[in-house]
Design a protein around this ligand. Structure first.
Ligand code: NAD
Length: 378
């Protein structure tokens, strides 16, 4: 089976979908791996590094797409490239399927078996291929590093002959994978950390990392079977804002990571809350690319609102491309390995498997994932 690995075309993307150690693993499984010339350049991998583990370089992007049985990439494909692929080709990448309706339609019409890695169920068996977790983890780390860099204070307490410096206060809103890593990173740097999430189950995790959980009574909140937060009512959002106002006002750095699966991110920090914050403090809006948690944050920019720096930088994992690529590549390799039939040396697209049921968006000219179809109907 021929696996093609495409070079990323999205402007500014520094991450690489597959790095040589994963290619080595796929070649050893018996796959024929062909890659686009220059694939690993942003992470300092030369074409020769891929060739040395048994992959074949191809300079012709069109030919690569036309001849592959499986296409692997990081970001969603440009829509005009879909019709180049063979009917029945398996395409695996991030897809953003809730926002890319034209792309999904095209995948369906061209009979591509299109896997959206974001749609993998968050089950134990899927952990090794969970790109959302691996990249969110790095995003949470980078949010603290950037927030710290923008701050004109240090994070740890320091007792010196020149006096005692109080530790900085960091408030994390949203405690999924990114939020937990942000708490851990801020704690390691010596900050005093508070956190809040609408899912009360995370309180224990927050405490176990040495942070304080801010309690706000929102009534019934809950989570979906995959552990995703449910959307709050407007009254609950108002209560949340009131409950968080004090923690925001006292914080030197606020990091927001709140997301809703398949929906725009909730808007939870408004201008009035920003106005209550101390001048010089910093907000990092990690949800800026999905609509933003913070009123006034802008994608790709650091803006100043009432003396507060609001950081809206996109693609935080892309700021550490080597680590991000190592993790993404490993996730992708594990996905292929999990479904690889080692005797016949083919990818077994098992339509009865729970992971495939969740993440296969189009197949055989139809929409496939029931979860996707049900969310799109709402
Ligand atoms: P996410 O990126 O979807 O959301 C980030 C956080 O924002 C979540 O904790 C969510 O509860 C929170 N949030 C939503 N609305 C909010 C609001 N108004 N205010 C404050 N917080 C708000 O989350 P994620 O990191 O992708 O994790 C989703 C779920 O998957 C979690 O339950 C996580 O524990 C679970 N998970 C499981 C596994 C596994 O077992 N394989 C792996 C990773 C994640």
């Amino acid at each position: 089976m021929k696996i093609a690995v495409m070079k990323e075309t999205f402007e500014g993307e520094t991450r690489v979908p597959l790095i040589p150690p994963t290619v080595d693993k796929l070649v050893k499984l018996g796959a024929e791996v062909e890659f686009e010339a220059g694939l690993g350049a942003t992470c300092r991998y030369e074409d020769a590094d891929y060739e040395s583990v048994g992959a074949k370089v191809n300079n012709d992007r069109k030919d690569l797409l036309q001849t592959a049985d499986i296409v692997l990439r990081l970001r969603k494909p440009p829509v005009e490239e879909v019709e180049l692929m063979k009917k029945g080709c398996i395409h695996v990448s991030y897809l953003d399927p809730f926002n890319e309706l034209e792309l999904v339609e095209k995948m369906k019409d061209c009979s591509i078996s299109c896997v959206s890695l974001e749609m993998l169920p968050r089950s134990t068996v899927a952990q090794k291929m969970d790109v959302l977790s691996s990249q969110a983890n790095l995003g949470g780390y980078m949010a603290v590093i950037i927030g710290t860099e923008q701050l004109d204070k240090i994070l740890p307490m320091m007792t010196t002959p020149a006096g005692t410096i109080k530790p900085a206060r960091v408030f994390i809103i949203g405690v999924g994978v990114a939020g937990l890593q942000a708490i851990a990173t801020a704690r390691r740097l010596g900050a005093r950390v508070e956190a809040f999430d609408t899912r009360p189950v995370v309180e224990e995790q927050v405490k176990s990392l040495g942070a304080k959980f801010v309690k706000i009574d929102l009534g019934e909140t809950g989570q979906t079977k995959d552990g995703y937060a449910k959307e709050l009512t407007p009254e609950q959002v108002q209560k949340q804002k009131e409950g968080m106002a004090k923690a925001c006002a006292q914080a030197d750095i606020v990091i927001t990571t709140a997301q809703l699966f398949g929906r725009p991110a909730p808007r939870i920090v408004d201008r009035a809350m920003i106005a209550q914050m101390q001048p010089g403090s910093v907000i990092v809006d990690m949800a800026v690319e999905t609509g933003g948690n913070v009123e006034g944050s802008e994608v790709g920019k650091i803006v100043e609102i009432d003396g507060v720096k609001v950081v809206g930088l996109a693609n935080l994992p892309g700021l550490v491309p080597l680590t991000a690529s190592q993790m993404y590549s490993s996730n992708l390799g594990n996905f292929i390995d999990h479904f690889w039939n080692k005797e016949e040396k083919i990818f077994n697209l098992d339509l009865e498997d729970e992971l495939i049921k969740g993440s296969l968006i189009t197949h055989n000219g139809e929409l496939f994932s029931e979860m996707y179809k049900s969310i799109m109907k709402k």
